[in-house]
Design a protein around this ligand. Structure first.
Ligand code: PMP
Length: 408
């Protein structure tokens, strides 16, 4: 009966966006949702995306037919290269199976379904370990398909950096063959990433314990401006011979948020029958995909594939990525120096140490609420700010507001 369905709470992030929209203060600042804004606070259509759009519009053969179940092959093959590097042995040995998905969320979901169906130990689903904290959607995506979740420590409240010892000891003590979700770069929500040396130690623990790595990459190129560097952790794990999966989003790095372009990749461990394993996995992914969405959407996939397959457009894309990451890095510097100038109590080095779209400010829930009530500044209650919401016009206003709530 309908009354057996309880009312669910509104998604906190989308609720926040709604409250921001309804606020008519001219000073209001949106530091909630993770979407890039230019220095005028406006969404930015990447110039290279406009060009690719032009290519589609001028193509007399373009139509609205279905894509194949696995999506646009011209996209998925380049997307795998983008992650693994063009010379990756995993690609030449045909150990990679790729499926186009409904952006990164759809990729995480497809991976979750796949693991729920095929990665059981003695008939039971393995536990998936998520960082504490993690992207809020991770928990429900995995629990919806019956994968039990647990947490590993990640954020150290004192240093506002990585709790590396806590992370390592939890992973080392987890049951063998657990699944471990890792943010490839620009960890959401903290902006804290392991160093290359720490990634090596993490890989060694996962190997020792036979854990299964599940990479989520939503910020390649957007984090540092360097596509190869932001794929460094994934490439290292693949070099180490792991069997793993990767959920890849093109929402942020192409600014294709609403077009839902992304891919899921399975990488088999090197072995004489690895190519066969990969073929079998691909056949199962096709069945899962067919029953979930039949086939993925075409427009965003075409845009990304046109850019990835054209050397001149690819170079221009890298330029656009540097524009976005560069603006965000300069806002980190501006915010930190304004807070230090004001003598705001506390340490603010974490603002520039953290990377990517988000910063975990360390502001308390009470301070966050005060910022909203007294200053019309909107952010999630865990103190996360989207750096993209800051610009040369509002960064000083924000710094002064933070100064005020920290002192009160
Ligand atoms: N994973 C992480 C860690 C994210 O931050 C995001 C974007 N918020 C996603 C996945 C997926 O986003 P989308 O479905 O828009 O690609």
């Amino acid at each position: 009966p309908p009354d057996a369905v309880p009312q669910a709470p509104e998604d906190p992030l989308f609720g926040l966006a709604r409250a921001y929209k309804a606020d008519d203060s001219p000073n209001k600042v949106d530091l909630g949702i993770g979407a890039y804004r230019d220095d005028n606070g406006k969404p930015w259509v990447l110039p290279v995306v406009r060009k690719a759009d032009e290519v589609i519009r001028n193509d007399p053969e373009a139509n609205h037919e279905y894509l194949p179940i696995a999506g646009l092959a011209a996209l998925t093959s380049k997307a795998a290269e983008l992650l693994l590097g063009t010379g990756s042995p995993a690609l030449s040995e045909k150990r990679v199976s790729s499926v186009q998905t409904i952006s990164g969320t759809g990729a995480v979901h497809l991976g979750a379904l796949f693991l729920a169906k095929f990665y059981k130990v003695n008939g039971a689903n393995r536990t998936l370990y998520l960082s504490n904290p993690t992207w809020a959607n991770h928990n429900q995506i995995f629990s919806n398909v019956g994968i039990p979740t647990a947490q590993y420590p990640y954020f150290d409240k004192k240093t506002k950096g990585l709790d590396f010892e806590g992370m390592k000891s939890t992973l080392a003590n987890a049951p063998d063959r657990s699944i471990v979700l890792l943010h490839a770069c620009a960890h959401n929500p903290t902006g804290v990433d392991p160093t290359p040396e720490q990634w090596r130690e993490i890989a060694a623990i996962l190997k020792e314990k036979n854990h299964f790595p599940f990479f989520d990459t939503a910020y390649q190129g957007f984090a540092s401006g360097d596509l190869d560097r932001d794929a460094g952790a994934i490439r290292y794990f693949v070099e180490q011979g792991f069997e793993l999966v990767i959920a890849q989003s093109f929402a942020k790095n192409f600014g294709l948020y609403g077009e839902r372009a992304g891919c899921f990749h399975y990488v088999a461990a090197p072995a004489s029958d690895a190519a066969n394993t990969t073929t079998r996995v691909a056949s199962q992914l096709a069945i899962l995909q067919r029953s979930e969405i039949s086939n993925p959407p075409i427009y965003g996939a075409k845009i990304a594939s046109i850019v990835l397959n054209d050397p001149a457009l690819f170079a221009e894309w890298q330029e656009n990525l540097r524009t976005m990451s560069g603006r965000i890095i300069s806002m980190r510097e501006a915010l930190r120096s304004k807070l230090e100038e004001l003598g705001t109590p506390g340490q603010w080095n974490h603002i520039t140490d953290q990377i990517g779209m988000f910063s975990f400010t360390g502001l308390s829930e009470k301070q966050v609420q005060k910022l909203r009530e007294d200053f019309h500044i909107y952010m999630t209650k865990n103190g996360r700010i989207s750096m993209a919401g800051l610009n040369t016009r509002n960064v000083e206003y924000f710094a002064k507001a933070v100064d005020s709530v920290v002192r009160s």
